[in-house]
Design a protein around this ligand. Structure first.
Ligand SMILES: C[S@@+](CC[C@H](N)C(=O)[O-])C[C@H]1O[C@@H](n2cnc3c(N)ncnc32)[C@H](O)[C@@H]1O
Length: 202
């Protein structure tokens, strides 16, 4: 099994930004790029965001670099990925971001206009559908969450409104097969025609 090209090279392009992958976080996916681009197109000005389940930090870094005057906090559980986010924020003014070690919302103490989340969501019984190279080289903490892949999603949905300002929304990525399990929100498709992200408004 060959090491993925992106890890060999050490970075991945995400919306035109070079995202460092030296700490081996999840390799950013084009489906994620799609909804982050959608989000950036709708927003401007002094918005305050939380990029939860940050990994490389690609989501929040794209927001900070594309939305002038925006603020973004990053929430992530894994120490080496917290380091990775720091590396990817190296050319951003440090008054615009904060990196928080947290287990979902355990350490989040503020409210946000927007919460952007790409949680681990692969079901264990769908392991055979995930590429062998993904299983071998990408971090399992970034992929799996309970037998059905719903553990982090369910906790996120149950608590997210406590961390949103009125009039704000959360945007969360999921596996198209999980759509029926997600009981609230407006559903949107990715560039491949699959339901991939949901908006939950407060
Ligand atoms: C699917 S990856 C998303 C990475 C990046 N945001 C992206 O879109 O490419 C999920 C990330 O959530 C982190 N994570 C897993 N469980 C978590 C938890 N309970 N609390 C916070 N972060 C968690 C993983 O370490 C991983 O970096």
């Amino acid at each position: 099994m060959e090491l993925p090209e992106e890890y060999k090279r050490g970075f991945k392009d995400f919306l035109g930004i070079k995202i460092d992958l030296s700490k081996r976080p999840l390799i950013p996916r084009p489906e994620t790029e799609h909804w982050v681009k959608w989000f950036i197109a709708q927003n401007h000005g002094k918005i305050k965001c939380l990029d939860l389940f940050s990994g490389s930090g690609c989501v929040g870094v794209a927001v900070l670099k594309n939305i002038k005057d925006s603020i973004c906090h990053f929430g992530e559980i894994d120490n080496s990925f917290l380091e990775q986010i720091k590396i990817n924020c190296n050319d951003i003014d440090d008054s615009r971001y904060k990196i928080i070690k947290t287990d979902i919302f355990s350490n989040i103490n503020e409210k946000y206009d927007y919460i952007l989340a790409n949680p681990p969501y692969v079901a264990k019984n769908r392991i055979s559908e995930v590429g062998e190279d993904v299983i071998e080289y990408e971090p399992h903490i970034a992929l799996f969450s309970g037998e059905d892949g719903m553990k982090a999603i369910n906790k996120f949905i149950a608590e997210v409104k406590n961390y949103l300002n009125d009039g704000g929304y959360a945007i969360m990525e999921f596996d198209p097969q999980q759509k029926g399990e997600i009981k609230e929100g407006e559903f949107y498709k990715d560039q491949f025609g699959e339901y991939r992200f949901v908006i939950i408004r407060k």
